[in-house]
Structure formats: structure tokens, C-alpha cells
Design a protein around this ligand. Sequence first.
Ligand SMILES: Cc1cc2nc3c(=O)[nH]c(=O)nc-3n(C[C@H](O)[C@H](O)[C@H](O)COP(=O)(O)OP(=O)(O)OC[C@H]3O[C@@H](n4cnc5c(N)ncnc54)[C@H](O)[C@@H]3O)c2cc1C
Length: 382
Amino acid sequence: MHEDPPSTDATVIVGGGFGGLTAALSLAKSVPRGPITLIEPRDRFLFQPLLYELLSGELQSWEVAPRYNRLLSHHGINWIQERVTTLDFSERRIKTASGQQLNWGAVVVATGARTNDFGIPGVADHALGFQTLEDVNSLRNKLRELRLQRRPDAALVIVGAGPTGVELACKMADLLEGTARLHLIEMGETVLANNAAFNRERAAAALEKRDVTVHLKTAVTAVHPDRVELTNGRQLSHQGLIWTAGSRPNLPPMSPDPMLVGGRLAIGSDLRLIGHDQAFAIGDGSCCAEESWPATAQVAMQQGEAVAKALLATRGGDPPQPFHFQDRGEMLSLGLGDATLTGMGVTLAGPIAFQIRRAAYLTRLPGLSLGIRSASAWLLGH
Ligand SMILES: Cc1cc2nc3c(=O)[nH]c(=O)nc-3n(C[C@H](O)[C@H](O)[C@H](O)COP(=O)(O)OP(=O)(O)OC[C@H]3O[C@@H](n4cnc5c(N)ncnc54)[C@H](O)[C@@H]3O)c2cc1C
């Protein structure tokens, strides 16, 4: 077991997703910066907004999931490829799965969120997800299987008509080329309930055009390998079910127990954990009681930049500035060659929106491929 000596200027960032990676790269550019350690167990950063294009083959995995050693090289960031198993605020100490211990002067928790099955029987055992590279591979295999079988009664079910469910339904419908019926199940009264009206309308039209059967005001009560039970007493047979209906924070064990809001780490508008001066939380795993920010990559990246500034301020003895989210709008992929976008005074749909979305997902973020630099420009807003 290895133990680092306590160091008051060492910053440890836990989780290298959108928030954590942006925080590490932003902090690395600052002077003076002190030692920076990023703890992230995966070997590749995953650009989730482009997973649909990876599924369809419109983009390749090296573009959508670049390796951390390439992203972090030349930035002077110490990357530990591990999972954090304990975060001790009193001792300012972190333990990893292999037993390694590190002390921190400041810590940023950016561990994101994972699928929430709400305890519904069968989801964990029989549903596919759409969050990881492994999920994309499983879905590709499923598509291949359905296209080969060409069963007249084949059906795929997607649960949850938020952005992921709707975007996935459109892409899957195009890729299936009529070899399976697609069902989209949503317990709310509309698809994309929290999205811009323009995007919602375009998405509804895109689903209709692709003959996706949308079941509104319908909840799933149990999932079986070959059928799903619904609240209205109906059952649907399926050859595959994809769960996109919810997420919950992915927090490592912490002591003493931090304050939570809705299961997420409670932070102030300056991104500090309530009751802590040198501990910050950003992204999907955090929640501010004073202001509400959506759980999106756009927010996580902007918070990553803001937390780097906050760390420098606190190091200089100044209070961090409150975080202000700049909403750049939203872009949705709606199948092969189709998209819709709303934001910054623009509403646009169709092939041109698809090209703009791709281009927006093809500009900056140092160290990322051309394919990835894109999104950052949109998400960060410059
Ligand atoms: C298919 C899909 C499409 C999406 N499309 C969009 C979009 O178009 N626009 C948008 O704004 N948002 C989009 N999102 C949402 C967006 O991806 C999330 O909001 C964003 O990833 C949140 O960033 P984060 O930094 O909080 O967490 P993440 O990016 O999930 O990163 C968390 C990281 O923490 C690591 N980690 C977890 N536990 C530990 C631990 N114990 N120790 C160390 N590391 C740990 C994980 O490995 C992960 O790398 C999409 C999400 C999905 C699934």
C-alpha cells in the first residue's frame, strides 16, 4: 500500500467525464496550478452525445471515445486509472480500489450518474442500456441479429422518451430498415417533456415518419426476457428492450456523510459542497439547492471550467464566484442525416441541422480529435 504525504496544494479530481476532464484540463492551464491528480477507472473518455453516430457507424470509436493517455499527455496531469472507494473529508484522504491512499488540499467530485431502474423487476437482468461502449456493441449485435432473422413479428422496445430514448428510437428505426417494429414507452403525457417546443415537435414528426409506436401515459411494471408488462394491463412481446428511463448519482462512499439533495451532492452556487471549504462537486452527481441546472454535458463542462477558477480563487484566499450557467440551447439527433436544434436565437431542423450538429461537435477542446473538438465549442459556448 502506498501513501502520499499530505500536501496542501494538491488538487484531486474524482471522475474524468465531461465535468472532471474539463476541470483537469482547465486547471492545468492555470498559473500557479499545483499538482493535479485525476482518478478515473476507464481508459477512454466517452463523448456520450455522439453515441448514436457511433452506433450507426457515422463516427468511429477513436473519435467518440479517445484514450485518456492521449488526452492528458503533455498537460502535466497525474492520471490514476482506478475507482475511488472512500472519500474522507475529515482526513482529506481518498482511497482507491487497490488500496492506494492520497491526501488532497482540494477535491472535486465529478463521478456522474448511472442508470436508475427504480427497482422495477427484470430491468437489471433483461434490459440493455445506452451509456457505454459495451452498450453500443450489444445494440449493434442486436441490430445485426434482427436484420438477419427478418421475423415478421419482431419488436424492439425503448423505455423513456427523454432525449436519449427519442434520439435512439429515430436512429434505430433507420438502421433496422423495417426488420422490427419499434415501440417507445413513456409514462408522461408527451415525448421530450423538458425540451424546447420546437425540438419536441420535430422529434414527434420524426418518430411518426419512422413509424415508431409511441405509448404515452404508460409505465413499465416488469421486464421479462421476451415481454414487458405495462401499467395498463397490456404486455408487449419483444426481441430486445433498451432502458433509458432514468438515472441516479454515482457517488463513492464518503465520510462523514455529505448533505444530499434528491440523492445528489448538495452544493452552493459556488460549486462547493455544503459545509466544506475545499471540496467541490460538479456535473450530474451534484445539485444546487439555490439554483437548478439541468444534468447535461453542457452544464458539467461549464462547471468544470468554473471549478478551475474557483480552486485558484480559494488558493489565493478569495471566495469563489457563483457559477452562472449559459444555456446554449439543445441539439437532438433524429436519425440518419437528420437533426433539430434550438438555441442562441436559432431553430433549425433537417439535413442542415444535422450538418451543423456534426460541425458543432467537431471543433475544440485541446487534445481531442477533430471529431470531438466539435461539441465542446457548442457545449462550452465558445
Ligand atoms: C446517450 C447519451 C446522450 C447524451 N447526449 C447529451 C447531449 O447531447 N447534450 C448534453 O448536454 N448532454 C448529453 N448527455 C448527458 C451527459 O452525457 C451527462 O450529463 C454528462 O456526461 C455528465 O457529466 P459528468 O461529468 O457529471 O459525468 P460523466 O461524464 O458521466 O463522468 C463521470 C465519470 O466518473 C467516473 N467515475 C464514476 N465513479 C467513480 C469512482 N468511484 N471513482 C473514480 N471515477 C469514477 C466514470 O467512469 C466517468 O468517467 C447524454 C447522455 C447519454 C447517456
